[in-house]
Design a protein around this ligand. Structure first.
Ligand code: UDP
Length: 267
């Protein structure tokens, strides 16, 4: 085992000190949590797939000019990223009603929203990441107005780009969560996209069948979560049909039945 210094262990990732100042290594675990970590489990191979999906998505986003913390993937479970000061806000972008907004506002899951919504939550596990207004962000100084403008405009660009990218592989982007960090250059700082983008933090539904291809399979005990994550990676062209996250021979067709049985939401 290496002796590098662990900086932080989160629910799905471990952060280690990077090889050069200002860098960090993100190690992707197979651990899965839901409902503010009240439900815990493992999704075999998830870390490998999320590392690869997040690398792919961040690379594509950087090609359209979104600044991100991603530097390069190091191996199956690790990537090198820029060290940033995390803005303590979860930015949730929603195209279709699902999850917490349905409970909160009495919406039916699968209802398209009149237009894309951006919501903010305060990143605090002990408080259960409460929903906040922009006024709270300004009032408590969690981010400046200028930073919030940059964050909101990046979130919209990411949503437009990812909606198209997923639509091209017959997946509907229902909602997702982003995190941003401050990169300092002397006294000056700018916000860049940080954390990860993977089926852990997105709702992804097959456009034809409405099958869920994301962490809701784990949250709701639907089964087939490993296959769902692999299916997203496969459609993105990141996994061969017969290649599993562990590099074993894996026949998706024999597991597909596990992805069925999801009630078909209304059109
Ligand atoms: N999300 C996330 N981490 C969180 C909360 C939400 O990645 O701590 C993602 C979640 O996967 C979904 C979107 O943000 O894609 C909206 O989640 P929602 O508010 O519906 O919360 P949840 O269903 O987790 O209660």
């Amino acid at each position: 085992m290496s002796r590098r210094r662990q900086i932080y262990e989160g629910k799905a990732k471990i952060l280690y000190e990077g090889p050069e100042p200002g860098t960090i290594i993100q190690y992707f675990k197979d651990d899965a949590t839901a409902f503010n970590a009240q439900k815990r489990g493992t999704i075999n191979g998830k870390g490998v797939i999320n590392n690869r999906i997040s690398e792919y998505v961040f690379t594509r986003l950087s090609h359209i000019g979104i600044p991100t913390h991603f530097i390069r993937r190091l191996n199956m479970r690790e990537q090198l990223v820029r060290q940033v000061e995390i803005v303590p806000i979860e930015v949730v972008v929603r195209n279709v009603a699902a999850g917490s907004i349905c409970k909160r506002l009495g919406l039916e899951e699968g209802e398209p929203l009149p237009h894309t919504l951006i919501e903010y939550c305060y990143k605090d596990d002990a408080l259960g990441d409460p929903l906040i207004a922009e006024e709270h962000i300004a009032c408590f100084g969690w981010a400046s107005n200028e930073e919030m403008q940059d964050i909101a405009s990046m979130a919209i660009r990411v949503n437009d780009f990812l909606s198209g990218m997923f639509a091209a592989i017959n997946i509907r982007l229902i909602d997702f969560k982003l995190e941003f960090g401050r990169l300092y250059d002397g006294d000056y700082s700018r916000v860049i996209l940080a954390d990860e983008i993977s089926p852990d933090g997105c709702r992804l539904w097959d456009m034809t069948t409405n099958e869920k291809l994301d962490k809701d399979r784990f949250r709701r005990d639907l089964g087939g979560e490993e296959e769902a994550y692999q299916e997203v990676a496969r459609r993105l062209g990141l996994l061969q049909n017969d290649e599993s996250a562990q590099g074993e021979v894996f026949d998706l067709s024999s597991h597909r039945s596990k992805l069925r049985g999801t009630p078909k939401p209304k059109k």
